[in-house]
Design a protein around this ligand. Structure first.
Ligand code: 5GP
Length: 191
């Protein structure tokens, strides 16, 4: 089963994903391939598999990705091989991905894997506050860009199975664990 977590940057999806993985032994992550530079806190093969633009383009040409997108001039793609290996291991994969990638993956995987989609919502004022108090605080133009992106992502909320207001980390983690457990139960009962 693949659980997709979406929400704008600053919505808390990274923190929630890490908590879910830390607290259970059946939830795992799925690193995407990217051509963006490594940042502090990144771990090769865990947060992402880092490649050059040329290496990414070669993989793209060879049909190695289910889907890909370009964000801030960098490629990001979901590897068919990595996803299939993780699914075969029987674990629940939690992946954070934007709305466009979610739509593509849901469509592509609909006959092969159960996909559960969750959108994390934060009020716009709260998001602005979080962006402005981040250690790696973006500049004013970047903040404006992200708030515009907020309106776009909010407009696509109908695509998701679940929408959660993330104003309390602990509560959100508990809600998502309950969703995953229920979805697993339904999956096991389906025949
Ligand atoms: P960041 O560089 O901040 O980690 O991620 C930038 C954006 O890329 C985020 O919106 C993230 O959800 C998106 N992203 C990460 N991996 C993938 C992927 O495999 N496919 C797509 N379409 N977007 C991705």
């Amino acid at each position: 089963m693949l659980v997709i977590l979406s929400g704008v940057a600053g919505s808390g999806k990274d923190t929630i994903k890490k908590e879910l993985i830390k607290r259970t032994d059946y939830i795992t992550s799925l690193p995407s391939y990217t051509s963006r530079p490594i940042r502090e806190g990144d771990v090769e093969g865990q947060t992402y598999c880092f490649v050059t633009k040329e290496e990414f383009e070669a993989k793209l040409k060879d049909g190695e990705f289910y889907e890909y997108d370009v964000h801030h001039n960098n490629y990001y793609g979901t590897s068919k091989k990595l996803l299939n290996e993780k699914i075969a291991s029987g674990k629940v994969i939690v992946k954070d991905i934007d709305v466009n990638g979610t739509e593509n993956l849901k469509e592509l995987l609909k006959n092969d894997t159960k996909v559960v989609t969750i959108f994390l919502r934060v009020p716009k004022e709260e998001l602005q506050r979080r962006l402005e108090t981040r250690v790696d605080k973006p500049g004013p133009d970047e903040i404006k860009l992200r708030l515009n992106r907020f309106d776009y992502e909010e407009s696509r909320i109908g695509l998701y199975d679940y929408v959660i207001k993330n104003n309390d980390l602990e509560k959100s983690v508990q809600i998502i664990m309950t969703i995953i457990e229920n979805e697993l139960r339904v999956e096991n009962e389906e025949f």
